[in-house]
Ligand binder design. Sequence first.
Ligand code: WQD
Length: 342
Amino acid sequence: MTKKIFVTGGIGFIGSHTIVELQNAGYDVITVDDLSNSNIKILDQIEKITGKKPEFEQFDLADSAKTDDFFKRNNDIAAIIHFAASKAVGESVKIPLHYYWNNLVSTMNILKCQLKYHIPNLVYSSSCTVYGQPDHLPVTEQTPRKDAESPYGNTKRISEDFLNDSIKAYPGLKAIALRYFNPIGAHPSSLIGELPVGVPQNLIPYVTQTAAGLRDELKVYGDDYNTPDGSPVRDYIYVVDLAKAHVVAINRLLEGKNKSDYEIFNLGTGKGSSVLEIINAFKKATGVKLKYEIVGRRAGDIEKIWADTSKANNELGWKAETGLEETLLSAWNWQKHLEENK
Ligand code: WQD
C-alpha cells in the first residue's frame, strides 16, 4: 500500500520541490496551501515533472475548524511535512503579528490534529534563523539558539519549542526539525522554482529579476559588516538537495530509524558566501553582469552564518551535492522560463 504524505504549503518554493522528490521516491502526496504566496499552476508543473498531480485543498491552516475537518476527512496520512509559513525576514519586522499568527497557530493546529487523529510523524521546516547571530561559526545543532533578529526567526524557534514540549508531554509523537540555511535555485526542468508574489524579499529572485530587466538594479543591504568584503554572508543551498533531505527524514521516521523522538538537523552546504560573491558567481555562471547599488543595512538581518553539516552527513547519510554556480544557473534558467511563458 503506497504511503501518503501530507505536505503543508506544498505549492510554495521548498514544498513543491519536496513533493517532486517524495513522488519520485514512490510516496503519494496531498497538500494544502492558502495560495497567499504561491501559484496554483505549480500543481500542473509538478505533474509535468513526475506524471502525478498531488491532491490539493486550499484553506488557511491557521483556521482550526478547517484544519480539523481536513484531518477528519483524510485518515490515511502516514506522516506530515509542515512548510506552510510566511518566510521573509525583512517583511516579518514590518508585520510581526501576521507572522506570529500565521506561523504559530498553523503549527499548533497541526500538532493538535496529530494528537487527535493519531498521526505520530512530523518533519518540521525550521530555519537557521533560530541561531540569531551566532557567536561562533560554523553552527552545529548544539549551538545555543538566540532570540532571533526577526519575528520570522522567532516563530521558527517557538514552533520548535511547541514540538519539543509536545513530544515530551504526549507519548507517540515524533518529529524531525530541519534547520534550513538559505534555499535557492530551481528544479533542473525549469518547470518549478521560486515564485515570489510582488517584489521579491529574498536575494536570488531579486538577482534573477534584475538580470531579466524586471528590476532596475539590485540593492545590496550593507557592506559595512565584519565579513571579507563587508557584505553579509549566508550558506546558500540548492533547493533540490534540500528537498531530497526531506525524503530521507520521512523514511527515517516511517522506518523507525530515528534515535530519539525529537531530532534536529542543519541543512546547509557548510560554505558561506557573501552577497557580493553571489553577484560575481552569478556573472560567472550566466554571463550576466548585474547592476547593483550598495545601500544601508536591512532591519532584521544578521551578519554571517554557515552550517556545520556533519550531523546530517553522518546520521542522515545526506550531503548537499550541488555547487553554487550550478545552483545560480538553475535559478536563471527558471527566470528565463518564466519570461518565455508569460
Ligand atoms: C540573503 C542576504 C540580505 C535581498 C532566508 C529566508 C528565510 C530563512 C533564512 C529558511 C541578506 C541580502 C537580500 C536584496 C540583499 N530560510 N539581500 N538585497 O534574510 O538570509 O533569510 O534564509 O528558513 O526564510 O528568507 O535571506 O535572501 O532575504 O537575504 O542584499 O534585495 O541577501 O541582506 O544578507 P535571509 P534573503
